[in-house]
Design a protein around this ligand. Structure first.
Ligand SMILES: Nc1ncnc2c1ncn2[C@@H]1O[C@H](COP(=O)(O)OP(=O)(O)OP(=O)(O)O)[C@@H](O)[C@H]1O
Ligand SMILES: [Mg+2]
Length: 254
């Protein structure tokens, strides 16, 4: 198995920049995975950034991509509802609020499976870094707070590849609400959990729903072991911590 080492690249007139070649570590699927995929061929790294709406995922990912590319790592980005196969239909289904809980879950799972098979796995096979703006955990947590059976959900996402690192950006709900308002001047029906009937007041519903989501994330953390990041700090402080942790992943120390 290749070992991590620094490759010195020299161009005339420049002092050599050091590129950390990621150490290849074994990958695994959570369950049965996707048939016919040889996980040993996946030499890239899958890094997931999780967190509520307004927790700062886009802010952090933009900086991480810039940093990774500048340090010589080809990087691609994926996220929920971005598959070409079903993203439009999923959006329409959400707007109309017409699908049952199970059908909506399967719709999201289809979107995920399409991206896994057609974007994430090929990129990892090519040795690229894949940065995911949310992954199966958000989907699982959304379903769990709506009473979907946990075993059923775990089986459904048995197709997923276990990432090399998962960072959950944690921000308390009252701070989240401020960030979301500052960015969008409004709250989103689904991200406020209005379908759950927690409160008729959207602001109140948002606070309750996001607290439920956070508690469920913390519970899943015990099974999936992701890193909980204090995302109430400045963007610079958070980014510094993420870079440090990703460096550890690249060098196989994590
Ligand atoms: N660490 C931070 N401290 C204060 N404000 C922040 C921080 N990080 C991001 N913000 C601000 O909070 C808002 C939401 O940030 P961002 O868009 O990065 O979050 P997001 O998690 O990607 O949200 P969405 O779910 O809408 O995609 C933006 O206005 C951003 O400038
Ligand atoms: Mg975003």
């Amino acid at each position: 198995m290749p070992r991590s080492h620094s490759r010195k690249t020299r161009t005339p007139g420049h002092v050599g920049a050091s590129v950390l070649v990621p150490k290849v570590t074994p990958k695994r699927f959570y369950g049965q995975g996707i048939p016919g995929v040889d996980s040993d061929s996946l030499t890239g790294k899958l890094i997931v950034v999780e967190g509520a709406d307004g927790s700062g995922r886009s802010t952090q990912i933009a900086r991480l991509v810039q940093w990774l590319e500048a340090t010589g790592h080809h990087t691609i980005q994926v996220g929920l509802k971005r598959s070409t196969l079903v993203s439009e239909e999923l959006e329409q289904a959400q707007q109309g609020n017409i699908l049952s809980r199970t059908t909506l879950s399967l719709f999201y799972a289809t979107d995920f499976a399409d991206q896994l098979e057609n974007t994430i796995l090929p990129a990892l096979r090519a040795g690229s870094m894949v940065i995911a703006d949310r992954y199966i955990y958000t989907l699982m947590v959304r379903d769990l707070v709506r009473g979907v059976d946990e075993t059923w959900i775990r089986n459904l996402y048995g197709i997923a590849l276990a990432p090399d690192a998962v960072f959950y950006l944690e921000v308390r709900p009252d701070l989240l609400v401020q960030r979301v308002f500052a960015k969008n001047q409004s709250l989103d029906y689904w991200e406020s959990g209005m379908d759950l009937g927690l409160s008729r007041d959207m602001f109140d519903s948002f606070l309750r729903y996001q607290a439920l989501m956070r508690d469920t994330f913390r519970r899943l953390q015990q099974t999936y072991g992701f890193d909980i990041i204090d995302a109430e700090r400045t963007p610079d402080e958070i980014n510094h911590e993420l870079q440090r942790r990703i460096e550890a992943v690249l060098s196989g120390r994590d």
